[in-house]
Design a protein around this ligand. Structure first.
Ligand code: COA
Length: 164
């Protein structure tokens, strides 16, 4: 990705996260709904978050992005790469939910061929009770592949590269 880029939702752009986003990203992570549907079901401590954020920022192939509308941050989306798969994690700022931003953020990721280079699929794990998230990923073309414990496994295969 070359800096911020215009996205399908009017005015929504993704940009790589910076150290200055740490406090905001932690507050979104510890929001009650995010905690409820997280894998651990608990808040993270400041120490845990600092070390996690440092790892994200030091990754040579960064996967953590902040979505902005104008100059206002509205959420974060993270691509956790493993081989040719990328697991998508998303949080919208609590006061900005219900405006289509999550769908736009996932769409922005799906449209960014530079960011997705080397990947064949995007995946997501969504809590079975997280109806908003299940709707969003379905709307963005993700299919259910399995249910493991309390989490629906979802997958979206990248379109084949054009030939010729
Ligand atoms: C899930 C989350 C990312 C959605 O963000 P958002 O910007 O509000 O999502 P959108 O506005 O793009 O879409 C919301 C969709 O869910 C629906 N929705 C919202 N709340 C809902 C609920 N309680 N039950 C059912 N559907 C719901 C909306 O109607 C909309 O669907 P529609 O367009 O078909 O009407 C946001 O609520 C969030 O950050 N939650 C906490 C973290 C989280 O759960 N992340 C996902 C982990 S996989």
């Amino acid at each position: 990705m070359e800096g911020a880029r215009e996205q399908p939702a009017p005015g929504l752009r993704l940009r790589p996260a910076t150290a200055g986003d740490a406090g905001l990203v932690m507050s979104w992570r510890n929001d009650p709904d995010t905690v409820r549907y997280s894998g651990t079901g608990r808040q993270v401590t400041a120490e845990e978050h600092d070390s996690w954020m440092a790892a994200q920022l030091n990754d040579p192939n960064p996967g953590l992005f902040v979505a902005e509308v104008g100059d206002r941050p509205v959420g974060q989306i993270r691509l956790q790469r493993e081989g040719d798969s990328g697991e998508v994690h998303i949080t919208v700022a609590p006061e900005r939910r219900g405006r289509g931003y999550a769908k736009a953020m996932i769409g922005a990721l799906q449209d960014d061929s530079a960011l997705l280079r080397g990947l064949r699929r995007l995946t997501a794990q969504v809590h079975v009770d997280n109806q908003a998230s299940l709707r969003i990923f379905a709307a963005r073309g993700f299919d259910r592949t399995d249910v493991v414990g309390d989490f629906v496994q979802l997958e979206w295969l990248l379109p084949p590269l054009p030939t010729g």
